[in-house]
Design a protein. Structure first.
Length: 317
């Protein structure tokens, strides 16, 4: 018995007409008739009643039809499973601003733990370039401050990250438990390359203005937090950076939280809203799970006397 014989029989049972069944199977009518007759001989039963103008299933044919359909369905599923196993799923392409920040690496480790078969490619590019790659399909998911996402890019806030300042160990501000923003007025502030971190630069400028001064900028820029740490270590400047970078601090540098006012950098996941995928869903699930477990969306309470403390009290009342 051959699978094509089962397929021919099922088609003929659905059409109850040799001509139409042969047309559906793209064979001549005589070949279809020969295959059905051969099937009946192999089974030793009559499956069809035939006359010049009539084709009908016998009781044996009706019983055989139900089983033949199941066999063909199983063969179809087995074929699909084999093809899926032979063709691995496409990789997850995740944008990260800088490998020194720990939010996206933690999320991707969680994704890998729950989906070990997923291949992950990390792409280190700034948020503006992430937007471009999300829009044209070169990235599946990204991360950044979703202050001005382009049309078609969705976002979800996952972390409120305390902002602080990276200092040399022996800097006079390094001895403080926290650094009032106003104390940065006489410091050279290092900014990231505008094409790489425009959102963080803007965030720091607005924070300084809220404390009553315009930042005095170091003449150079950097494309990574690691490069920034090198310049800080040389006592050339200080660098405002969220707390999620602390795990990658260079020896010889110290991170201190900024206060008066306390600020939290908002990290959001980014993806293209018209191309949702299982990969994006997995990243969102992991981000939400980590955000709940690590209290990423719970702002750190400012120190007593910080004006931000009153703001938080007003928001909670």
């Amino acid at each position: 018995m051959e699978l094509r014989q089962l397929r021919y029989f099922v088609t003929l049972a659905e059409e109850l007409h040799f001509g139409r069944a042969a047309g559906r199977e793209h064979i001549v009518q005589s070949a279809l008739s020969q295959q059905i007759q051969r099937l009946e001989r192999e089974l030793g039963v009559q499956l069809l009643e035939r006359s010049t103008h009539h084709v009908a299933l016998t009781p044996a044919g009706a019983a055989f039809l139900a089983e033949a359909r199941q066999i063909l369905d199983h063969v179809g599923r087995a074929t699909l499973a084999a093809r899926n196993a032979a063709t691995p799923s496409p990789p997850l392409r995740a944008g990260i601003i800088d490998a020194g920040y720990d939010s996206m690496p933690q999320i991707l480790r969680d994704v890998q733990q729950h989906h070990p078969d997923v291949t992950i490619h990390q792409v280190e590019v700034g948020t503006p370039e992430q937007y471009r790659r999300l829009t044209d399909g070169r990235l599946d998911v990204g991360i950044g401050w979703a202050s001005r996402p382009p049309p078609g890019v969705s976002s979800e806030l996952i972390r409120l990250d305390p902002l602080g300042v990276l200092l040399p160990d022996h800097h006079h501000l390094a001895g403080l438990e926290s650094v009032p923003v106003s104390r940065l007025a006489d410091q050279l502030l290092l900014f990231g390359e505008e094409a790489q971190t425009p959102e963080l630069n803007e965030f720091v400028v607005e924070l300084c203005r809220s404390a009553g001064f315009t930042p005095n900028l170091y003449e150079g820029t950097v494309e990574s937090a690691r490069a920034a740490a090198d310049l800080v270590l040389q006592h050339r400047c200080v660098f405002c950076v969220p707390s999620s970078y602390r795990s990658s601090n260079r020896p010889g540098t110290t991170w201190r939280p900024l206060t008066e006012p306390t600020a939290h950098y908002p990290w959001s996941l980014l993806w293209h809203e018209t191309t949702p995928s299982a990969h994006v869903a997995a990243v969102l699930d992991s981000a939400r799970r980590l955000s709940r477990r690590l209290d990423w969306l719970e702002p750190v309470r400012p120190a007593p006397g910080d004006p931000a403390a009153a703001d938080l009290d007003d928001q909670s009342s």
